[in-house]
Design a protein around this ligand. Structure first.
Ligand code: FMN
Length: 160
């Protein structure tokens, strides 16, 4: 499918960036293969990650077996670790949108450190309300100023 999209983009002389979104439940051995497909087909962006179909056993809520993907805090670390794995292979050649459990400046900071170029969120807005972006920006700025960082782009992928 990505090959066809790439071909059509060339025919149309389209500059519209294509983003591919991945599940947090993928196996480590699939990561290299996915990176190869993205690079071979000129994909500009990867969104890491979607909601999860695993880890429900560790939840306390009685509704833990409700149908649908798990989002928010229970997938935060999982998606951050996955971002870092992709970043180490892609090394900036494909931009990363980090998503999964971000609801604070610290959460955004961790995603940038892992290698995200941008942040996306959904569940955080449910719990902290529509002003969450301003709150995150304020909290993130405080962390960066404390660390002597002038621009968030300086910390992308600096987790090691
Ligand atoms: C109610 C709900 C509906 C969602 N629908 C979609 C969807 O249609 N397509 C998609 O790619 N991701 C969908 N997602 C996944 C989110 O975009 C996001 O990747 C995931 O929830 C992790 O981010 P979060 O922890 O900030 O919510 C949905 C998530 C929720 C909670």
């Amino acid at each position: 499918m990505l090959e066809t999209i790439d071909k059509e983009k060339k025919i149309l002389n389209s500059k519209i960036p294509i983003a591919v979104k991945v599940s947090p439940d993928i196996e480590d051995q699939e990561i290299h293969k996915i990176c190869e497909v993205l690079l071979n087909n000129n994909i500009e962006v990867i969104i890491i990650s979607n909601s999860s179909d695993s880890s429900r056993e560790t939840l306390n809520n009685i509704q833990k077996h409700q149908k649908g993907g798990l989002s928010g805090k229970p997938i935060e670390n999982k998606s951050t670790k996955l971002i870092n794995k992709f970043y180490k292979i892609l090394k900036g050649r494909v931009k990363i949108i980090g998503v999964g459990g971000v609801d604070s400046g610290r959460g955004a900071y961790e995603k940038f450190l892992a290698g995200a170029n941008y942040i996306q969120l959904y569940t955080g807005m449910v719990f902290r309300g529509p002003n969450i972006v301003n709150m995150i920006k304020k909290e993130l700025k405080e962390i960066l100023v404390k660390d002597g960082v002038k621009n968030y782009t300086e910390i992308i992928g600096k987790k090691g």
